[in-house]
Design a protein around this ligand. Structure first.
Ligand code: BEZ
Length: 256
């Protein structure tokens, strides 16, 4: 997973909290993929390799790529037999013609979505499938709106802080069609996701400090955190349990 989070092709690695949050969401994407014995499958932005290993366990032949050297090192440590290496999804080129390209919880970290779509198309054999799940339009809108409002209220610019690409279903399926895919399945849905452990929204904010608060003084940060918590609590906290307003896209598209 990545350390340079804006416009790159890796999952977030900044702390284990984020990592657990993301990988816990991978099961449904794997169900959509339905890896078959002998299939060559590219796991795009494979992060810690857990899902790549599941693809291998199903009898398929996965290749995992991720931009983060740290994450690939960790994945190789966990799964020494897997074919996993560092590569940039916006520029990835291969001689292998994959039967499927899979990506979980990563597409939203790469702002150059057309470049990624081209890499995926080029990596697939004719008729091969692209299966992905990622965060989409509306994801964490309550939280990011509150962050924006409170940063601005404290004199900080909002421009340039949001690291994510959260497309609408229309934007993303159009991009895939323009790239040369037939979109067979597209789903966009909202889901309240419980935050695990202590610390609630403050701990969640800490996980994205490098993006949103890197230039904010500690005094301002304390005040901004308080104000954000006050703003979002009525919508995102119920009986002591924090639930964040996630929104996801699931895609199956065929290379034509
Ligand atoms: C998510 O995968 O739910 C997520 C992605 C980006 C920011 C926050 C949450």
């Amino acid at each position: 997973m990545n350390s340079e989070l804006s416009n790159n092709n890796s999952n977030p690695e900044s702390n284990h909290y984020q990592l657990n949050f993301v990988t816990s969401l991978g099961a449904d994407a794997m169900f959509l993929l339905q890896p078959q014995k002998g299939e060559r499958i590219l796991d795009l932005c494979c992060g810690n390799g857990n899902l790549t290993a599941q693809i291998a366990a199903a009898g398929a032949i996965p290749t995992g790529i991720d931009l983060s050297e740290d994450m690939i090192k960790r994945a190789k440590g966990n799964y020494p037999d897997l074919n996993i290496h560092v590569a940039d999804a916006t520029q990835y080129r291969t001689d292998t013609h994959f039967d499927a390209v899979f990506s979980n919880a990563a597409i939203h970290w790469i702002k150059d979505a057309p470049a990624v779509a081209s890499s995926i198309w080029l990596a697939l054999r004719d008729g091969g499938r692209f299966v992905a799940e990622f965060a989409a339009s509306g994801n964490i809108a309550v939280i990011t709106n509150a962050i924006k409002q409170e940063l601005q209220a404290h004199g900080y610019e909002w421009e340039g802080r949001n690291p994510w690409y959260f497309p609408t279903i229309g934007e993303y399926t159009s991009l895939l069609e323009q790239t040369g895919f037939r979109v067979m399945f597209a789903q966009h849905f909202d889901k309240l996701s419980p935050l695990k452990g202590d610390g609630g929204i403050r701990r969640w904010l800490d996980g994205f400090n490098d993006h949103f608060f890197h230039d904010v003084s500690s005094t301002d940060k304390a005040s901004i955190y308080n104000a954000i918590e006050d703003r979002v609590k009525p919508q995102l906290e119920q009986d002591g349990q924090w639930l964040i307003d996630t929104s996801r896209m699931r895609i199956i598209a065929i290379k034509i």
